[in-house]
Design a protein around this ligand. Structure first.
Ligand code: 4AD
Ligand code: MG
Length: 441
């Protein structure tokens, strides 16, 4: 009988027929007269059974994990009470070895998981990726990026691709990666926000999905040196409208990911307790947060009571978020702990029209604000921060050639994933995570 060539995920309609599948040996178990293989092809897993002569063959006895094979045979639905991926198994009548992997330690590469000893994982990331957890997270990641594009398409927001090589800082000089650019200094972008602002007068509301780079010397569970930054910039809106957009965006994003046929079940599997966010999000001002922290006896970085102007560091922020255990829109941060471009609140010039979104288990997953829209106020901000306005002439021009109220935000893709997939660290959520150690792979 002619075999139908299929990917594992598309095999179900061929039950009772002879199929042909190629993939990697993910699991291998040999017992008298039978060889059980779990085959992986990237789209899914398939149980394969070799029996009799096929199982006893010299070639079969030498099979190893991660070897590639092409298998032919009939696809049988599983009898009641038995379970395997997809609810069926391939009863092989013939197979070919495509690439034999070495036996021994290396053969167990796909058993490496995100939580294996980090020193082993560092230079074996390319093999660890084949493990169940990382594969699942990367599939959810793909669905997340697809879903956010769909959210923005629904909202009529246009995608642009700003440069990574830039000549100015956005989020503070201390985390800039500097490089030689044809004999001159250039930097790796920390955020595409300033470029997005220049696009709004041309394209209306815009967004981008671009790598951002931060020379973060702190080794924390949620900081990477390179991360995928989803940023949006919206024109002619108020701070309240920005907050409304943000919470709707989160709800819609999660809804789309959970409805995705591949990612939805994976999120449930990785994070059975996950609760989709509900509208409206809890709103809390920075001042409210200080009060909450002081009431709960959580100290600032000096071990003292929080006072106005203190940064709410990662540990305190996460304690608060985990205790409250639902999304928080944390607003109105003081001018001095936020970036130069933020608009001040009309009713209190000590604080800014700024917002962080905090999610349980991770804390800050998004940062945004309204932007200073008047040229003279921007110039005053440069002065306050001791910044030379000259390199920012193109950014200032957004205020000169048709000033308009606008605001936006940036999402950390890996942090959203850590929240969705219940990961301890964002390192699990990046294909090849970069943090302050030498790059091997
Ligand atoms: O809060 P941040 O620094 O804000 C900005 O860059 C704004 N210019 C964005 C904007 O308004 N367009 O970064 C935004 C988000 C953070 O909330 C966090 O989720 C993520 O980016 N992020 C990081 N993720 C991983 N590793 C790091 N080192 C990160 N730094 C920021
Ligand atoms: Mg931030």
């Amino acid at each position: 009988e002619e075999a139908v060539r299929t990917k594992i995920i598309k095999a179900t309609p061929y039950r009772g027929k002879r199929i042909q599948v190629s993939g990697w040996i993910h699991r291998l178990r040999q017992q008298k007269g039978f060889t059980f293989i779990v085959l992986r092809d990237g789209t899914g897993l398939l149980q394969v059974i070799l029996s009799g002569d096929l199982s006893n063959a010299y070639q079969t006895q030498r099979l190893t994990l991660e070897s590639t094979i092409t298998v032919y045979g009939e696809l049988h639905p599983l009898p009641e009470g038995k379970s395997a991926p997809g609810g069926h198994e391939l009863v092989a009548d013939y197979y070919e070895v495509v690439g034999l992997a070495p036996s021994g330690d290396d053969a167990f590469s796909n058993q490496l998981q995100a939580d294996t000893d980090p020193s082993i994982l560092l230079d074996r990331r390319h093999l660890a990726l084949r493990g169940d957890a990382l594969t699942s997270i990367m599939k959810v990641r793909a669905a997340l990026l697809k879903s956010i594009r769909s959210v923005y398409e629904d909202e009529g927001i246009t995608e642009v691709t700003p440069p990574c090589l830039v000549q100015s800082m956005v989020e503070g000089g201390s985390t800039l990666f500097k490089l030689d650019y044809y004999g001159q200094n250039a930097y790796l972008t920390q955020s595409s926000q300033l470029y997005l602002e220049t696009c709004v007068p041309a394209l209306g509301d815009v967004y981008c999905i671009q790598e951002s780079f931060r020379a973060e010397r702190s080794h924390t569970r949620r900081h990477l040196s390179e991360y995928t930054h989803i940023e949006a910039e919206l024109g002619f809106l108020t701070f309240e409208e920005l907050l409304g957009h943000v919470e709707r965006m989160f709800v819609s994003l999660v809804d789309k990911v959970l409805k995705d046929p591949v990612a939805g079940p994976l999120v449930k599997q990785l994070n059975p307790k996950f609760e989709p966010p509900q509208l409206p999000f809890m709103r809390m001002t920075y001042v409210d947060a200080l009060e909450w922290l002081n009431e709960h006896g959580i100290p600032n970085e000096d071990g003292e009571e929080f006072k106005f102007g203190d940064d709410i560091a990662e540990a305190a922020e996460r304690k608060m978020t985990d205790t409250i255990n639902k999304p928080i829109l944390l607003t109105r941060f003081p001018v001095e702990i936020k970036s130069f471009y933020m608009e001040k609140c009309k009713d209190d010039p000590r604080v800014t029209e700024s917002v962080d979104v905090l999610m349980p288990n991770v804390g800050e997953v998004m940062g945004g604000s309204m932007r200073i829209s008047k040229l003279d106020e921007l110039m005053a901000a440069f002065k306050r921060e001791n910044m030379d306005p000259a390199p920012y002439y193109w950014f200032s021009d957004v205020r000169k050639y048709g000033a308009f109220p606008h605001g936006g935000y940036g999402l950390g893709t890996e942090r959203i994933l850590a929240w969705l997939c219940d990961r301890f660290t964002v390192r699990d959520c990046s294909l090849y995570p970069r943090f302050p150690v030498a790059v091997t792979v």
